[in-house]
Design a binder for this molecule. Sequence first.
Ligand code: CMP
Length: 127
Amino acid sequence: MKPDAVSRGLIGAVISRFEQKGFKIVAMKMVKMSKNVAEGFYSPHKGKPFFAELVSFMTSGPIVAAVLEGNSAVEVVRRMIGATKSPEAAAGTIRGDYSLAITANIIHASDSEESFEREYGVISKLF
Ligand code: CMP
């Protein structure tokens, strides 16, 4: 969960959706990303026009990092969070229900098992 989810008091609401769906929360921690960690986490987006704003936003306040376990976790979680651009995210998805922004879009989730391995490698150092 990104800094907007934390500052807006949405941690419980978001986590609750995953718990109700049946996921097991196997790790969770509120942490503050350093610039270095945020740049590493989002390194596939390096060079894109929104990269600097994204890193600045992700380091603007605490985030909540979590690892979820369950059937088809990557695919199901991605469906539950909705489209990256919140104004385009379907109602009933997390971004569709809680955000109108693109950078401050409440939550990030790994989009493949390979991304999970890489992202977990970055974030687990903060656990
Ligand atoms: P996330 O799923 O965390 O992955 C990269 C993030 O970059 C994305 O969500 C958005 O918060 C942010 N972002 C900002 N602008 C864009 C854009 N034009 N396209 C995609 N992602 C963007």
